[in-house]
Design a protein around this ligand. Structure first.
Ligand SMILES: O=P(O)(O)OC[C@H]1O[C@](O)(CO)[C@@H](O)[C@@H]1O
Length: 426
């Protein structure tokens, strides 16, 4: 199990002796947790340090939620929601009302109509809330929690305390004090793991387990990636390879990376990836802007720009080798749609052909190509993929001499909004 990274040009030639030395230093800095931002390198060995007891505790809570609730509302924004959303979407079965608990997200945006309609929807369901905020002070989820907590207290009375689970910092934040005062069940976001690197902590694991997915397999995949990526080899280390190619393209004048997929289930992996790379790299006037497209949909929308517009883009395809389910085009007697030439072709194979066609067209149009291939969409491979991205992101930021683990720029809008709304102290 590995993520294969293919580049449209020669990769080996990109690694000069000087770059090799820099990569090795970055690698050692990450593995020994001594590089810039080392206080936030807790995610590096997190999968291998998880105990069966911790996973069991999450599973017990998830089972309790599943036994007494039909809906789990997960309140969070950024890294406090995108990881679980990405995994849930990737493992979802569209159009099927199964026995899985329904997970609904709130607090990722501020909308009166969304919250009102959510509360109206919840009225006929049994509900648990999981409010997630590392800082415990982020305004958008805090607003959602204010309304939903009031709803839970009015509806469930004293029982509401056992239907609210808080995932936050161990030592500080308004959410922590409230959780202690009310006696809510608590999970910790480790101090040395930032929001966008937290999918394998309780932040991601509880909603994923509550939805009925196998968190042990997810962690097994992440652990495998952790082991594989510990080996510094520029030929076989997929995270190094991806980071090197990205940096090369950035230096050659391609500041925008489009992640393309043919699978709608990966849309939120793309969204998670955008936060991961955007917040980690986009600093000090540097960084690759992460964007995303879904094909074939966007071939009939943004495809024109990608092929022919301003040349600043490179494209990274995230492909899945094996389809989880498929259809084969059949021979039609009348062939009135003139599609019999496709008979015998699976729809997954159509997408593979479409990938080949798109990649060569875009390459000819001046858009360099990377293809990341994963084997299949299940818990294990998704765990592997997400860990791979986190490691590649750390290399990428360090190659730009940027600390991957802070996000000072996000504070600017927050300060402004507090001033505009006259928050005490601003
Ligand atoms: O978990 P918190 O502290 O509410 O933060 C949510 C998100 O807000 C940010 O701090 C800023 O966007 C992200 O880094 C983080 O994932």
């Amino acid at each position: 199990m590995n993520i294969s990274v293919n580049y449209s040009e020669d990769y080996q030639g990109l690694v000069s002796a000087e770059l090799h030395e820099k990569l090795q230093a970055i690698h050692e800095g990450i593995q020994t947790k001594t590089s810039t931002g080392s206080d936030f390198l807790g995610w590096v060995n997190w999968p291998s340090s998880l105990t069966p007891e911790f996973l069991q505790d999450i599973k017990v809570t998830a089972d309790r939620i599943r036994s007494n609730s039909e809906v789990l509302v997960v309140i969070g924004i950024g890294g406090s929601y995108l990881g679980s959303k990405a995994v849930l979407e990737a493992l979802s079965t569209p159009f099927q009302k199964d026995d899985h608990l329904e997970v609904i997200f709130a607090g990722q945006l501020v909308s009166g109509s969304y919250l009102k309609q959510l509360i109206a929807y919840l009225d006929s369901k049994e509900v648990t809330l999981n409010v997630i905020s590392k800082s415990g002070t982020t305004t958008e989820p805090a607003i959602a929690f204010r309304f939903l907590r009031q709803y839970m207290e009015e509806r469930y009375g004293e029982e509401s305390a056992s239907r609210i689970i808080v995932t936050t910092d161990e030592e500080k934040g308004a959410l922590l004090s409230l959780a202690k005062e009310k006696g809510y069940k608590r999970y910790v976001v480790p101090g040395d793991i930032g929001g966008r690197y937290s999918v394998f902590t309780a932040v991601g694991l509880l909603p994923i387990a509550a939805a009925g997915h196998d968190i042990e397999q997810l962690i097994a995949g992440a652990k495998k990636a952790e082991e594989e990526l510990q080996v510094f080899d520029i030929k076989s280390n997929a995270a190094v390879k991806y980071a090197v190619i990205r940096k090369h393209l950035y230096d050659k004048g391609y500041p925008v990376e489009i992640m393309a997929t043919f699978d709608e289930k990966l849309t939120y992996v793309q969204e998670w990836w955008k936060q991961l790379f955007g917040e980690s790299e986009g600093k000090e006037g540097k960084g690759i802007f992460p964007a995303s497209v879904l094909y074939s949909t966007d071939l009939h929308s943004l495809g024109q720009y990608i092929q022919d517009g301003k040349r600043m883009l490179f494209e990274t395809f995230l492909m899945v080798e094996k389809a989880s389910d498929d259809l084969t085009v059949f021979e039609a007697e009348d062939n009135r749609d003139e599609l019999n030439y496709l008979s015998g072709l699976t729809l997954h194979d159509f997408n593979k052909a479409c990938h080949e066609a798109t990649a060569s067209a875009h390459l000819a149009g001046g858009v360099p190509q990377i293809t990341l291939m994963m084997e299949q969409l299940d818990e294990k491979h998704i765990g592997h993929l997400l860990y791979f991205y986190m490691m590649a992101c750390a290399y990428s930021a360090y190659l730009l001499d940027i600390n991957p683990f802070d996000q000072p720029g996000v504070e600017d809008y927050k300060r402004n909004i507090f001033k505009i709304l006259k928050k005490p102290g601003y």
